[in-house]
Design a protein around this ligand. Structure first.
Ligand code: FMN
Length: 143
């Protein structure tokens, strides 16, 4: 089983989450490939057995618009029945509305969403946050 961990990150917080998720995937006994979204395509992403997708809150509670949003839009028609985990960091607002919206959107696409909702972490993940990421990676393997 090979899991694609694909993220966008401006200042490294979501990238830290991606690497911790990959650690969890490997601890769960599967292979993980961590990629910046600029290094892959929607078509290649759909070749993985499961996906962990990460993007911080950008714009006004939105996905990053120049790379991640177009990638995700292209991916959406292929997400039906796919095991997917969502994750990302936020900082300007406590609520993390972008992730609630992204969760709804992904469920609407028919994906099997790991944990039932995306994992949002405020600012730079601390050890507790990284542990949540590892647990998410592990849970994605055992779906
Ligand atoms: C252009 C821009 C827009 C942002 N918009 C939001 C936002 O709408 N809500 C929020 O909670 N944080 C917002 N943030 C803060 C980032 O989500 C936060 O700094 C996050 O930790 C960045 O993650 P990264 O290090 O993976 O890039 C924004 C940051 C930037 C630079």
């Amino acid at each position: 089983m090979k899991i694609g961990v694909i993220y966008w990150s401006g200042t490294g917080n979501t990238e830290m989450m991606a690497n911790a998720i990959a650690e969890g995937v490997k601890a769960g006994g599967a292979d993980a490939e961590v990629m910046n979204v600029s290094e892959t395509t929607a078509e290649a992403a759909l070749g993985y057995d499961a996906l962990a997708l990460g993007c911080p809150a950008m714009g006004a509670e939105q996905l990053e618009e120049s790379e991640f949003e177009p990638f995700f839009t292209e991916l959406e028609p292929g997400l039906k029945g796919k095991n997917v985990a969502l994750f990302g960091s936020h900082e300007w607002s406590e609520e993390g509305q972008w992730m609630d919206d992204w969760t709804e959107r992904t469920l609407g696409d028919g994906a099997n969403l790991c944990g039932g909702a995306g994992l949002k972490i405020f600012s730079t993940p601390d050890e507790e946050g990284l542990e949540k990421c590892r647990a998410l990676g592990k849970a994605l393997v055992s779906m």
